[in-house]
Design a protein around this ligand. Sequence first.
Ligand code: ADP
Ligand code: ADP
Length: 225
Amino acid sequence: AATLHAAEVRKRYPGEPPLLALDGISLDVKPGEFVSILGPSGCGKSTFLRCIAGLEPISSGSLQADGRPISGPPDHVGMVFQRDALLEWRSIARNILLPVEFAGKPVAQYRQALRELLALTGLSDFADRYPKQLSGGMRQRAAICRALIDQPSLLLMDEPFGALDALTRDQMNAELQRIWMKTRNTVVFVTHGIAEAVFLADRVVVFSPRPGRIAEIIEIDLPRP
Ligand code: ADP
Ligand code: ADP
């Protein structure tokens, strides 16, 4: 599990006038910690996550994973987005194995990991199905499997259940918690849902409506199953 260190991170998008999407974010995340980033739409949550993922360069400040500056996608990051981006013409199993293929690693060595993840997420019977044949919740479970297949030390999630109905979202949150209790990755989870932020996290980082600033950091001390 990775450590994250952000100090006075600023992110400016060019424009007239330029937009300061992150305005001095400082945050340390411990290995294996589950942190939620909570705040209204437009407050900079996704921007911060994309910077952590190495998909966006920061404008100033310092952003490190395991003590090394993040520049470009770091090795051991798994990401889940609101829309699952599964490839419709690939089976669920082959979707989950996509990052392994992209990394040029031997897929055959991931059979066991694939079996375990499918079992963990209740998708064992769906490995050979195609995304179209799955419900929204099941598709997001497949997206989670894909993010976890190469054992990332850092799992980044951007409103992963935001497009699901309320009941499915509650089920998925419970399931994500169960998965995380097993994998214990460091997790940064972006949401504008207070309930899921509190349910899942060790700490909730509240971004202020004035974009790009932390309003408050709340320690959550709820009993876990
Ligand atoms: P959130 O995830 O909290 O909804 P975002 O990080 O998506 O917030 O956006 C923060 C601010 O930055 C918003 O005002 C948004 O319009 C702006 N923004 C996001 N991405 C870009 C971009 N690629 N170029 C310019 N402005 C952007
Ligand atoms: P964001 O801008 O928050 O990073 P998107 O760009 O995916 O996320 O969101 C597009 C629009 O959909 C935004 O106006 C946002 O408020 C809305 N939205 C996203 N997730 C949800 C949700 N779970 N419930 C209601 N509205 C949502």
